[in-house]
Ligand binder design. Structure first.
Ligand code: T4K
Length: 369
């Protein structure tokens, strides 16, 4: 057994031989960014792969969140989850909007739709749920609430690349969905992201907003930002897209191995596949009950670390506990009992396309002892 470190994830990288001709072509074209050829090609390819009507590429997964709120002219208060990566709530804050935290459902780790209505005030204009770990939110129930109160819904789907429910892309739910193509994601463009919308007019507005608001050479129609993806990363994405199905297949094998190996360990629980859902196996969270397992989550985390295995405590601490947000009424831990318990018990085990059997056995042996 070697002592090479096992990281929580490892990027899906195209081979240099495969990528090099694309670089050569970009060098010949001398067109490096601003809606270039490969940018357009990747948008087309992703619409087809994800089966969504309109997609706009971005330079990371945070700017599409910020831009979605701008595009839909959201203000006042936005209902969201504290159990996510900080970018979700930061995007609300950066727009001068007040985030209102609602507790999660402990089975899915997603915002609990049963608790949304109680958080709605006259200032609420939108709901921003997250498909945490790629597990779909209850989009039907959320839409019913949104329709009843006239709210917009923006899904942070950073983890949900390729996830489908009953043969339909989860990215079609709500008014808009955002993706992250960060190096640590199932599909990556090194840094990158996207905003998905349902109609051409909205796509046009998003494209203006991500290019400073330019609608023509001398016409600026909105206070836009620079969110454009460049040609090198667009081309890299096109090559990676050819390999993403194989990568997800390998991730599935890892999930099956973990589930099979962990099923008889008292005090450890994990998530099962949901019937009708095409999962992408982006993360493999396990939840530790310290009394039954005989060791706390943090003890296990540091024990794995000692052996060069890095699990990650995604998403601990809760966003609502960070200094920017902890003064908010909705950030009180008493109103977020499920999120608090899950954040204190979760470890995401190493999960990527390239894990080998020796590494997986090493992880399981340590968890077992
Ligand atoms: N919404 C949600 C729900 C999100 O989860 C995220 C991002 C966003 C929005 C925002 O999207 P972006 O603007 O980031 O596109 C990582 C990522 O930086 C972040 O993208 C991700 N979520 C978050 C959950 O995780 P860290 O700080 O945990 O990453 P880091 O650098 O510690 O990397 C984790 C492990 O991955 C390393 O130990 C080794 C491996 N790795 C990482 C990189 C960067 C590599 O092997 N190669 C690499 O190049 O945040």
């Amino acid at each position: 057994m070697n002592d090479k470190s096992i990281t929580v994830t490892s990027p899906l990288l195209p081979s240099l031989e495969e990528f090099f001709p694309y670089l050569q072509d970009i060098w010949e074209r001398k067109w490096l960014t601003n809606n270039g050829y490969y940018h357009q090609e990747l948008e087309k390819a992703l619409c087809e792969y994800l089966r969504v009507p309109y997609i706009s590429l971005f330079t990371n997964g945070t700017l599409p969140l910020i831009t979605a709120l701008q595009a839909l002219r959201i203000n006042g208060e936005v209902i969201t989850t504290p159990f996510s990566f900080v970018a979700t709530t930061h995007s609300v804050w950066w727009n001068g909007i007040k985030p209102v935290f609602v507790d999660i459902n402990p089975q899915t780790c997603n915002i609990d739709p049963e608790k949304i209505e109680a958080a709605i005030t006259p200032k609420t204009t939108a709901i921003m749920p997250v498909h945490v770990y790629g597990t779909p939110c209850d989009t039907k129930k959320i839409q019913e609430i949104a329709d009843k109160y006239g709210l917009k819904v923006i899904y942070d789907a950073a983890h949900a690349f390729g996830v489908e429910v009953n043969g339909e892309s989860i990215l079609k739910a709500g008014d808009m969905s955002t993706l992250s193509f960060h190096a640590t994601k199932v599909f990556n463009t090194i840094e990158g992201g996207a905003l998905i919308c349902q109609d051409e007019k909205t796509k046009q507005r998003i494209d203006y907003l991500k290019n400073f608001g330019f609608a023509g050479e001398i016409t600026v129609v909105a206070p836009g930002i620079n969110g454009k993806m460049d040609e090198v990363r667009s081309a890299y994405g096109l090559v990676n897209l050819k390999h993403v199905n194989a990568a997800i297949k390998n991730r599935h094998k890892v999930a099956l191995f973990y589930r099979n190996s962990l099923k008889d360990i008292p005090g450890i629980t994990y998530m099962e596949d949901i019937s009708g859902v095409k999962h992408n196996y982006s993360y493999f969270p396990i939840f530790i009950d310290a009394n039954q397992y005989g060791m706390s989550r943090d003890e296990l985390y540091f024990k794995l670390k000692e052996h060069n295995i890095s699990g990650r405590r995604y998403f601990y601490p809760l966003i609502s506990t960070f200094s920017t947000y902890r003064g908010l009424e909705s950030a009180k831990p008493e109103s977020l009992p499920n999120a608090t318990r899950i954040a204190n018990s979760v470890i995401c085990l190493p999960m990527h396309h390239d894990l080998n059997e020796e590494e997986l056995h090493k992880i399981i042996q340590l968890i077992k002892h």
